[in-house]
Design a protein around this ligand. Sequence first.
Ligand code: ADP
Ligand code: ASP
Ligand code: MG
Length: 815
Amino acid sequence: MITLKFGGTSVANAQNIELVLEIITKKASDNNLVVIISAFSGVTDMLITASNTASNKDESYKNLLAEIKQKHIDVIYNLIENQKQNQLYNFLDIQINQLQTLLDGCFLLGELSARTADTIASFGELLSSQIVAAAVKQNIPNTNFKDSREIIKTNSNFGKASVNFNITNSNIQFFLEKNTFNVVVVPGFIASDEEGNTTTLGRGGSDYTAAIIANGTASKSLEIWTDVNGMFTANPKIVKEAQSIQSISYQEAMELSHFGAKVLYPPTIQPVLQAQIPIWIKNTFNPDALGTYISNKNLVSSNPIRGISHIDKITLLTIEGSGMIGVSGSSKRIFEVLSQQNINVIFITQASSEHSICIGIQNQVAAIAKKAIEFEFEIEIFQNKINPCIVENDLCIVALVGENMKNHQGLSGKMFSTLGKNNVNIRAIAQGASERNISVVINEKDVKKALNTLHERFFEENTKQLNLFVMGVGNVGEKFIEQIYQQKKFLKENLKINLRVIALSNSRKMVFDEDGINFKDSKIRLDNGENASISKFISKVQELNLRNSIFVDITANYDVASIYDQFLKLSIAVVTCNKIACSSKFENYKYLKSLSRKFNAPFLFETNVGAGLPIIDTLKHLIHSGDKVHKINAVLSGSLNFIFNNFSETYNFHDVVKEAGVQGFTEPDPKIDLSGVDVARKILILIRESGYEMEIEQIENHCFLPKECMETNNNEDFFKSLIKNATHFEQLLSEAKSKDARLKFVASFDKGKASVGLRFIPKESPFYNLEGKDNIVEFFTDRYTDQPLIIKGAGAGAAVTASGIFADVIRVGNV
Ligand code: ADP
Ligand code: ASP
Ligand code: MG
C-alpha cells in the first residue's frame, strides 16, 4: 500500500487533475493506493469567507457560493465522461443546497459556531474528493470512495481537532481488512468527533490526513504531491535561489514546517515517524523531478544548515518586572493562562536574571493574550512588581534549521552578522536545546531581505547579489550601465557576484524594478518612468528593502550629495563620483565616514580623484599600513590638461574648452574646472584621505580666469566671456613659449599647506610630457622619500570614470 496526497493546486482544475490521474494510474499498476484529496485550490478560503460574511449579515456569501458551484461544474464538465456527468451534477446540487442552508442559517442568526464553521469548511474536500474519485474510476474501475469522517475520529476541538489514534487506527484496520479495491479515494482535512459532528484538522490538514492513513495502513511510503519540486532550502516564492532538498530527516522537516515551511503541515510527521514510513514530497507538475525524501536516515552533508524558514504575523509579548526575580512559578502561570485561552506559544526567551520573559505568539491572539496575562498578574501589576505586558506586533520569526548545526561553531555568529550587515534589527533570539534550530525575531518588513541574505550566506557558495540604485544616467552613467551588462556573466562565474540594476534616475525621470532592469530597454523604461524625485527615490529604496543595496551617485549634484547619510544609516553602501560630499565641510566628510563605519556600509569615492585611476585606494593602503604622506604634487584635472595640451596659436581657447565639454571631459558646468574649484576639491579629498583636517577655503587658488569670466552666471555667458578674453589666454600661451615651458594646472600640498594654480612647467619636470587628458599624482611619504610614488594615466572620460565606479561596486561586493 502507498498513500498519496494531492494538494489544492494539484486539483485546481480539470487540466491539473488530468496530471493527477496520470500519476495515480501509473502507481496503481503495481500498488494498492489510498489517495487523499484536498479541496480545489482556493475553495476552503472561499468557504471560510462565505461563512464569515454570512454571519456578519453580508449577502455577498451568495456570490461566493455561486462561484464555488461553478468551479465544480467546470471540473465535472471537462473531466467526466458525458453519461456520468448527471450523477455528479445531482450530487453537487444536493451538497450546494445543504451548504446554502447552512450559510442562510448563519446569515439569519448573524452567528457562526465553531462547529458550523467546520461543517461548512468540510464541503471543499467532500466535493473535490467525490469528483476526483469518479474521474479515477473512469481509468481504474476498481476504485472506491471512503469518507474520512467514518474513520478518523477526533475530539470536538473544532478548527483544529486532535485525533484519537486508538479508535482511528482500529477503524482503518477494520476498513483495510475488507478492502478489495485497487484505489481508495479519501477526502483530506475532515474528520468527525464522538457525536458524529464534522471536525477539521487545521488549515493545510490534508497532509495530516494522509499521514494518519499512511500510518494506519502501514503504507510503504507517503507521497505528498504539491506544486513545487519538494521541500526547499527556503520558501521558493520568496527566495528565488532556493533549492529543493534531496533528503532530510524527520526532525529537520518537522522543524522547518513548524517554522513556516507551508509545503508540509507540521503535525504530519508525527504519525509516520513512529512507523518510520518515509515521506516523498513531489511535484504534480514535474513528476520526474526527484523531490524531497524525508526519513530517519542519518544524512551526511557538508552544509550544517538544511533550510531556512519563517513565520510571519508574530507578536512578542514581554512580561517583566522585579516581581519575576526568584519567584518560582511565574512562567508556569503565564503558560497556564495562555493554554487556557488555547493560545499557541511559538517562541520563548528568558533572560537569566529571570527579570523578563518574552514570548512569541500570532498577531491575531495578541490582544487576548495580553488581557489574560494582565488579569492573571493583576495584583503584582497593581503593586508595581510587574509591568503591564509590552506588545510588539508585526514581527516575524526566521529560523535556521539543521541536524548538524550542533557540530559547528559560529553559525549563530554568521547569522547575526549577515543580518546586521543588512541593517536587519534582531528583536529576540532563541536556540533550541537540540541545537537543531536557531531562531530570531525580526520586523516583518525585513523578512524578504533577511531570508534572501541568509540563504545567500548559507546556501549559495558565497554568491552575492548586489542591488544597485543608480542616480545620474548621463555620459558616465550610461557607460557604467553598459559595462555592468558586459561583465555580468564574468562576475557571476568568476567572482560569484550577481549584479542587478534595480533603479535608474536622471533629473527628470526614474524607474524601479525589483527584478532588475535590462540594459537593452533601460533607456525606454527610464523615459517612460515616473517623475524623478529625490525624496521618493529614497523612500522607494527603503520600501524595497533589498539585501546588499548600493546607492550609486553619478551626478554632480549638490542635493544628491546631501542624501548619502540617509542611505548609510540604512546600511546601504554609497558609491559616488560626485565630489561635493567629500569636499564639503570637514565635519560632514567625517560624519559620513563615521556612519559608514557604524552601519557597516562602505562609502567609496575612488572616482572623485583621477577618474578610474586607483589613487584613493592606493592612498588608503599606504595609510592603513602605517605610512604617512608629507607632500603631494599633482595634475588632477583631465579636462584642464586636455585644454592646455590642445590650446595653441591655431586652436583658440574657447574652441578647445567647447571640445573638452563635447568629449565629456569637463564637468557639466565647465567653470567648475576652469576656475580651479574642481582641482581644489580633488586635492582636498586627497589631503583628507591622507589623514589631515582641512577646509576648501584653506586651499590657495591662483585662478587664471579673468574676473569677467568668473562673474558669469551660466554656460552661455561663460563661453562668450572666453571669446571676449581671448587675448588674456593667448598671452599666457606666449609667456609659456618664451619660457620654453608648458602650461599645466597643478595642485600641491606641502607642510600642511595646499594650493592650486596654472604653472609654467619646465622641460625637466615629470609633468612636462603629460599627454592628452592624463593625470599624475606624486606622493612623498615616510617610505617614499627620494622618489615619490607616482600614479599616472587617463584621468577623465566617461569610460574610465565608469570603470572606476564599477571597481568601487565590486569592492563593496567583496567586503
Ligand atoms: P498544497 O496545496 O499542495 O498542500 P501548499 O500551498 O500547502 O500546497 O504548500 C506548497 C507551497 O508551500 C509552495 O507552493 C510554496 O509556496 C510554499 N513553501 C513555503 N516554504 C516552502 C519550502 N521551504 N519548500 C517548499 N515550499 C514551500
Ligand atoms: N483544504 C484545506 C485547506 O485549504 C486543507 C488542505 O488543503 O490541506 O486548509
Ligand atoms: Mg498544504
